[in-house]
Ligand binder design. Sequence first.
Ligand code: FES
Length: 174
Amino acid sequence: MSSEEEHSQTSSSSPPSSSRPPVSHFIGKKDDIVKAGRMTTMVNGCRDILVLYHQGQLHAMDMRCYHSGGALQYGDIEELNGRLCIVCPWHKYKITLAEGEGLYQAVDDPTAKPLRKYWRSKGVRQRIHNVTEVNGNVYVTLNDSNEAIESDVYQTERYRTGLLKAQPKPTPKK
Ligand code: FES
């Protein structure tokens, strides 16, 4: 049996592609994902995603950081201004788990002492996918919005076959 099952959430008639219902892809058993904490997989033969479990919630996003392709599966999770973020292990960019927004620290007055810093959003930079659980099985529905998102750059075949091989492999977290 294939490791990836697909199921449509609505009817089996053939509407035009623009109005087709989203397809959910089987990712794995929830128990296994909870135990592992996070996993990476290719979905639908085209998208490398990270699925993670944190504080009782499942999240799914593009696996490589929008900044420069960092391996987000090795990133820590931090809460910033009440928002859960994954911290890219490469250059420490912060990405909200729920929306894929890039956060940065800003200051109102760089001459003030002490500096007052705020977390601000750069907007959505990382593509977030919908993840659901049904009877202990976890499914991901790819976010197929036509709007370009920066993390899309690291999802091309050219990137996988060329640039990726040239990068050093990070050490997995223990
Ligand atoms: S690659 Fe993620 S912060 Fe640079």
